[in-house]
Design a binder for this molecule. Structure first.
Ligand code: ADP
Ligand code: MG
Length: 420
């Protein structure tokens, strides 16, 4: 039984009055362990068939059986499960979460699969692409080739049936692209089934079978060895297109190199959907991360609260100790309160004042940290800590404000001494 069995697969797009036959009755079988390159000119239907094979989209008609199971009619939720468990994706634009480290990115499919053991498999996958030493780096600290290797590690971390790669070398220079192809070849030798879309003839020839598309149909489908035996290996990609074009009639080469090197296609809606819709959920399972400003906010808030509570307690205690009651002071025989009480009370007031200033600082730090944390996908730890500092600061500021408001209200309603 083939791993992939496609029959009369058709995808139509309605464009105004006309219908685009993006895929036009395609039949295709792919066995386990194959390494297939899908080539063809721009607009020939490569991405469309990849999206269907990757369960990112449903066909208009036709049958798609993956590992013996008809997936053409599954619901969105069921397709998502098939994608998560059965298929690894590698995109031209890497589609990594920038704020997560390499290993966290690799672990994303495991987070979805609600696996508890995520770190060890992620590190193993990184080892398979030769990137174990970069596990703790974020994507912006990695080169393009390394990012794509992280993406490949993510694609294989779940041991999928199938790895789909849409122009995986499209954003890389020739040499880096070759290294990436080396990795795909290695994975394929270890038994991973790989299907790759590429415009580049020399890249396509790294695969063991080449499927060439034109106008939504399969034009040619042959083992690479046969093609190379007939026409020789692909000329180097860097040569001008005129020289790369082989003898007339060599359809694959003319279509594959297509004159100019095509402009790198932008991320398709499906890629964007995968990146946007799945990343935040995945990131919620990421390990806690600090955010700058949260710790100062909490420290300032705590010290502020402590100073205010201590200061207030000191005032009350001093008044008790020296039995000081301002209201009991005899205006006829005024008397200074005891000196230690005056000094102590002054220090306590100063403490409370410093507390209020620190509380305001806590609020400033807290807002800054919270703003930063909100831009970090899934940084719940950072958000919580920023919020704690913020709340501490606001409470310390709010309590005296509320006391003053209450006093003013009481004064206005004749509360003080009026009833006696
Ligand atoms: P390739 O990846 O080989 O460049 P695609 O599979 O992206 O080609 O596109 C095949 C054809 O389907 C093209 O004519 C393209 O314009 C059309 N097409 C692809 N996606 C859509 C869409 N979402 N809406 C309308 N037409 C589309
Ligand atoms: Mg495409």
């Amino acid at each position: 039984m083939p791993l992939i069995e496609v029959r009369a697969l058709t995808k139509l797009y309605q464009m105004g009055d006309s219908v685009v036959r993006a895929l036009d009755g395609v039949d295709l079988d792919i066995q386990r362990g194959e390494f297939v390159a899908i080539t063809g000119a721009s607009g020939s239907g490569k991405s469309t068939i990849m999206h269907l094979l990757g369960c990112l989209d449903r066909p208009t008609s036709g049958v798609y059986r993956l590992d013996g199971r008809d997936v053409s009619g599954l619901s969105d939720g069921e397709l998502a499960v098939v994608r998560n468990q059965r298929i690894g994706f590698v995109f031209q634009t890497f589609n990594l979460i920038n704020r997560a480290t390499a290993w966290e990115n690799v672990a994303v499919p495991l987070f979805y699969a609600r696996k508890t053991n995520t770190k060890a498999p992620a590190f193993r996958a990184l080892e398979r692409v030769g990137l174990a030493t970069r596990a703790a780096h974020q994507p912006n600290e990695l080169s393009g080739g390394e990012r794509q290797r992280v993406a490949i590690a993510r694609a294989i971390v779940n041991d999928p049936l199938l790895v789909l790669a849409d122009e995986p070398t499209g954003n890389l220079d020739t040499r880096t692209g070759e290294q990436i192809m080396e990795i795909f070849r290695g994975l394929n030798e270890q038994g991973v089934t790989v299907i790759m879309v590429t415009h580049e003839l020399d890249i396509a020839q790294q695969a063991r079978r080449i499927v060439q598309m034109r106008d939504g149909k399969i034009l040619l489908d042959r083992p690479t060895a046969d093609i190379v035996a007939e026409r020789g290996p692909a000329p180097p990609r860097k040569l001008p297109s005129v020289e790369t074009a082989p003898s007339a009639g060599a359809v694959l080469a003319t279509e594959g190199s297509m004159g100019l090197r095509p402009v790198a296609p932008a991320a398709s809606p499906a890629e964007v959907a995968v990146a946007q819709q799945e990343a935040p959920i995945a990131a919620s399972a990421l390990p806690p991360r600090m955010v700058r400003g949260a710790t100062p906010a909490i420290v300032c808030g705590l010290i502020a609260a402590a100073l205010c509570v201590l200061g207030y307690a000191a005032q009350v205690a001093l008044q008790k100790i020296y039995d000081y009651k301002p209201e009991a002071m005899d205006p006829m025989h005024p008397k200074m309160p005891p000196m230690p009480m005056i000094i102590g009370s002054g220090i306590a007031s100063l403490g409370m004042l410093v507390g209020i200033v620190l509380a305001i600082l806590a609020i400033v730090f807290g807002y800054g940290a919270r703003r930063r944390a909100l831009t970090e996908i899934g940084n719940w730890q950072g958000r919580r800590r920023a919020l704690v500092g913020l709340i501490l600061g606001w409470v310390v500021v709010a309590v005296p404000v509320i006391v003053i408001i209450l006093a003013v209200v009481k004064l206005a309603t004749g509360g003080f001494g009026g009833a006696k």
